[in-house]
Structure formats: structure tokens, C-alpha cells
Design a protein around this ligand. Structure first.
Ligand SMILES: Cc1ncc(COP(=O)(O)O)c(C=O)c1O
Length: 362
């Protein structure tokens, strides 16, 4: 038997949101709505879809691995230099590249928890330990995260706003954290949901990468831009850090369709605004309706809400699935009494609440 690396024995399988096909087939349903993976309910930007169709004639050609047009568009939008940007096949791959470039066997990485599972997965698969700081719905303190850093720490993961709670950290808190940790610790700030944030003190930190050479800011086209199926992530950091990532980056990972669609999506301000507006209104409605059922919703800056259901949360998730509504149970995040619901279109939110009310009344 060919033995896999021993580190792999520590890894558990990634638990994705269930798919529409899976639930449709299992329960023989015609209508299934998925509010489980924080996708954009309005779909992709129409301009991105048009660009996608436009490259059908050149599918036989390899993409430009250095994606100069996409990198230029991102650089202009954020006011950073092109050598301060890396792209990947989704930000999942960027996290993987950070692992390959910076995490060694015997190191450790720290992160606020509960949070997005790929940070821990990447840490463990590179033979390092993951130290999570924080538990349940209470927002972990970045002071405590700084205290968890020791001389073996390579990366500190902070998801802002955090998946699955929706909580956020301010600029002052992040700057204070950056001051406290040594410069050889990469501070991986994951801003996958940044575009949805409405709090006046929610910080976009890309503009600070020159001030903090160990600051790393991750973004994605999967959420507000609605391109989760095409897989494009991007990130900003000091040019030396970025150079290390380009060394481990697979050469043709961001395909042609993804490159042209991402450029078009970046320029589609209308789609971004419509998505933000619908999201903010959806959060208001869902919060009000869950609260009317005496179920607590955590304050959120993202495109999802986290709701405390109690001991019967798993039962609710199963009931919803049987009736054509997929939401995310949070057992794998260590929050078994909670569910995470992606904010949908008004009619999808209404369908969800109709089912939740039915379940509460049963
Ligand atoms: C916090 C966070 N970061 C990154 C990702 C991965 O995004 P991508 O689709 O760019 O790989 C997700 C996906 O859900 C996420 O929640």
C-alpha cells in the first residue's frame, strides 16, 4: 500500500453545503432553494455572463497564467501595485498557496474560532498545529489571539466579517493586533464578505499593506460578484510575500473564462449595488421574522445570518431539507445549536420563513 503523508490522518473531510440536485433527488422535490453556501442569489453579474460567452471561440488556448488584464483591473480598483497582487482558483487555493509557501512541519498557525474550516485544513495538511482562539457565538478578542502567538507561529487567520457568525473587527483592533505580533507572522485577513459590510467602522484593509509588511488581505469573486462556479480569488500583500506565492502557484489555475468574467464583474457597479441593497433589506426582514418567533439572530456584516435555534437545530435543518430548503447546520463549526442562512431573494426568504413558522408551530 502506498502510504499517504502521516499529517493527513489528522484531517477530516471538508463538509460543504448540500447541493440542490442532492436534495431534489433524495426527496423527489420539484422546487429546491439553497441558502447554504453564501452564494449571490441574483446570480453572476450580467456583464460577466456576456464576457463568459464571448470567449467560447478560444477554449482551445491556454489562459495567460499571469492574467495581466485581470491583475491590472484589480490594481486600479484598489490603488495597489500589480506586484502586490496574487490570484488563485478561488481564495481556497490562495489559502493553500500560503500553506505551501509559509507553513512548515512543526510550526503552528492561530486563528479566531469558530471560523471557515479551510485555514485549519491547510495548517494541518502542511504538518503544523492549529490553535483556535474563541468559542461559540462570542466574538473572540484579538488580544487573546495575539497572546496565542509564539515563536513557532507562522500565520494568524482572521476572518472579517467572520464566517459563520457575521461578527467583525474594526481598523483599530486589527492595527493593534498587527502591532502586537512579530513581523515574521503573516496576518491573513480574510475579507471574502467585505463588500456586504454596512457598519461605518468596518475596515477595508488592503490600503494598509505598505504600512504592515506582514499584512495579507484576501478577497474573492465568489460572493458579491456571484462567480463561485468559476473560481477566482485575489489577495494583496507586500511584494516579497506575493512573489513567494507566485512561485508555488499552479501556472494555469485561473482559466480564461474566469479571467474575462472577473474583469467584467469588477466593472459592474450596478450589480454590486443591487446585491448590497437586496442583502441589507433581506437581513432586516429575516432578523425581524426570526425574532418574532423568539429565535435570536446574531448581528451580521455579511450575506448570511447565524440564528440560535437550540437543541433541535438539526431537526429543523432536516425538516427544511425535506421541504425543499437547504440551510447550513453549524455542527461542523462547533455550534450545534445554530444554523447559518444565506440571505436570499425576497421570495426565497419568505419561503424559508413560511417553513420555519410551520416547524415552530408543529
Ligand atoms: C471566509 C471565506 N473565505 C474564503 C472562502 C472561499 O471562497 P472561494 O470561493 O474564493 O474559494 C469562503 C467560502 O465560503 C469563505 O467563507
Amino acid at each position: 500500500m502506498v502510504e499517504p503523508r502521516p499529517e493527513l490522518s489528522k484531517l477530516s473531510d471538508y463538509v460543504p453545503g448540500k447541493s440542490i440536485e442532492e436534495i431534489r433527488e433524495r426527496f423527489g422535490l420539484a422546487k429546491v432553494v439553497k441558502l447554504a453556501s453564501n452564494e449571490n442569489p441574483l446570480g453572476a453579474s450580467p456583464k460577466a455572463v456576456e464576457a463568459f460567452h464571448g470567449i467560447a471561440d478560444s477554449l482551445h488556448l491556454y489562459p495567460r497564467g499571469d492574467a495581466p488584464k485581470l491583475i491590472d483591473s484589480i490594481a486600479k480598483m484598489y490603488g495597489v501595485a500589480t506586484n502586490e497582487i496574487v490570484i488563485g482558483n478561488g481564495s481556497d487555493e490562495i489559502i493553500d498557496m500560503v500553506g505551501k509557501a509559509f507553513i512548515r512541519q512543526g510550526d503552528n498557525c492561530v486563528g479566531i474560532t469558530p471560523t471557515f474550516s479551510v485555514y485549519k485544513f491547510t495548517t494541518l495538511s502542511n504538518g503544523a498545529d492549529f490553535v483556535g482562539v474563541g468559542e461559540g457565538e462570542v466574538r473572540a478578542s484579538l488580544d487573546d489571539l495575539a497572546k496565542a502567538v509564539n515563536d513557532k507561529t507562522r500565520v494568524a487567520f482572521i476572518c472579517n466579517p467572520n464566517n459563520p457568525t457575521g461578527a467583525y473587527y474594526t481598523e483599530a483592533e486589527i492595527r493593534d493586533f498587527l502591532k502586537k505580533v512579530p513581523q515574521n507572522v503573516l496576518v491573513f485577513l480574510d475579507e471574502a464578505y467585505a463588500e456586504f459590510a454596512t457598519a461605518p467602522d468596518y475596515p477595508n484593509m488592503a490600503k494598509f499593506i505598505r504600512e504592515y509588511p506582514n499584512l495579507f488581505v484576501n478577497r474573492t469573486f465568489s460572493k458579491i460578484y456571484g462567480l463561485a462556479g468559476l473560481r477566482v480569488g485575489y489577495a494583496f500583500s507586500n511584494a516579497e510575500v506575493i512573489r513567494a506565492l507566485w512561485k508555488v502557484k499552479p501556472p494555469f489555475d485561473v482559466n480564461q473564462a474566469a479571467q474575462v468574467a472577473a474583469i467584467a464583474a469588477l466593472g459592474d457597479k450596478e450589480h454590486v449595488q443591487a446585491t448590497r441593497k437586496m442583502n441589507a433589506e433581506g437581513i432586516e426582514v429575516l432578523t425581524r421574522e426570526f425574532e418574532a418567533l423568539k429565535l435570536r439572530v446574531l448581528p451580521t456584516q455579511a450575506n448570511f445570518i447565524c440564528v440560535k435555534i437550540g437543541e433541535r437545530a438539526k431537526e429543523l435543518v432536516a425538516f427544511l431539507e425535506q421541504n425543499g430548503m437547504i440551510v447550513r447546520g453549524l455542527t461542523s463549526f462547533g455550534m450545534p445549536e445554530y444554523i447559518r442562512v444565506t440571505v436570499g431573494k425576497p421570495e426565497e426568504n419568505a419561503f424559508l420563513m413560511e417553513l420555519v413558522k410551520k416547524w415552530c408551530e408543529a
